[in-house]
Design a protein around this ligand. Sequence first.
Ligand code: NAD
Length: 249
Amino acid sequence: MKLLERKVALVTGAGSGIGKATAELFAREGARVVVSDISEVNGTLTVDEIKKQGGEAFFVKADSSKPADNEALVAQAVQQYGGLDIAVNNAGIGGPLALTGEYPVDGWQKVIDINLSGVFYGLRYQIPAMLEKGGTIVNIASILGSTATKYSPAYVASKHGVVGLTKAAALEYADKKIRINAVGPGYIKTPLVLESLDKPALDSLVGLHPIGRLGEAGEIAELILWLASGKSSFVTGAYYPADGGYLAQ
Ligand code: NAD
């Protein structure tokens, strides 16, 4: 028996990296996947890949920073598949790199809009769709949801916010069969990291992970799968790092 047999699972930012790996893993585990992304090209490629492997999925273009897009996304999932069992709020950006005293104000707003408000808008419309039958929600935070780094104040603040929001919502819905958890990846080899840093910067990041390498998107997807599935039935309001030992130091 597959872990997510016939479950309806929505994944935002599923056109790349962690979201793509998660959508594909969910489909292999039997879920019907609503693949969402702001990039139609990349989101459609994820759907094609899922179908090639014999899975079931369709694409919905949505900007996570827009409340109406989140509402329409959930409505389309319910309309197409008859409900919503699982949601992964994964869409996110790194944003500009600058000292707080010099940080571009519009860059701050964009990071907060996508990484933090986007997760709230997701919860805002996913929770009502789960109230009748229950469900699981996984929010993608970061190791920077519990520690900080220089030059990324908006990202660090947004991810701390995601961890707090996850706990607050989990408390409210714990007795309504909706479990809500957060994941804190260390540095993972996805376009978000690989396209924003040069080789020396990437090499120095490796040194921050006691395991001696950066992570793979598929390794984060496995943790998301566990949190989304019935295997984690007593887990809610939790923040799980998957970071090669980064936070243990
Ligand atoms: P990625 O850049 O590979 O993928 C992010 C996806 O989100 C892209 O497909 C992009 O089109 C989409 N997206 C961006 N803005 C969007 C918006 N407004 N609405 C909808 N979709 C949007 O990045 P990734 O590394 O896979 O990151 C996924 C999540 O994991 C993010 O929340 C990120 O902050 C978090 N994370 C990543 C790392 C890492 O090292 N890669 C570490 C910790 C946390």
